[in-house]
Write a protein that binds this ligand. Structure first.
Ligand SMILES: [Cu+2]
Length: 109
């Protein structure tokens, strides 16, 4: 009898461990802690300043997906190394996360 209960508990624990990733996969894109950056809409921007030591860039941006009107403001870079790929005067298209961190960008020709 005790063995049967132990087996039942082990099976329940195993089933619970299997259900965790299934639940995580149910999160809609962009709601899972910034995992799906590709889903973030892109905004046009003109780079005004690059601060490689702090990993921040000043960008004159178009209207943001969250409704923020065009303005010039500072964004954090997700990767410090990106500071070397962006120069003052560059025209870019970029995506940000909820905390105004630049998570993706491409140069506009
Ligand atoms: Cu702004």
């Amino acid at each position: 009898m005790k063995i049967a209960i132990a087996i039942a508990i082990a099976i329940a624990a195993f089933a619970a461990s299997l259900s965790v990733p299934v639940v995580a996969a149910d999160n809609p894109p962009g709601q899972s802690g910034g995992v799906s950056f590709a889903a973030q809409p892109m905004t046009d921007g003109l780079v005004r300043k690059v601060d490689g030591s702090s990993g921040r860039v000043t960008i004159s941006h178009g209207r943001l997906p969250n409704g923020m009107p065009p303005m010039t403001m500072v964004f954090r870079l997700k990767e410090m190394a990106w500071a070397k790929q962006i120069r003052e005067g560059d025209r870019i298209r970029f995506a940000i996360d909820d905390s105004y961190t630049l998570v993706r960008f491409e140069h506009v020709k």
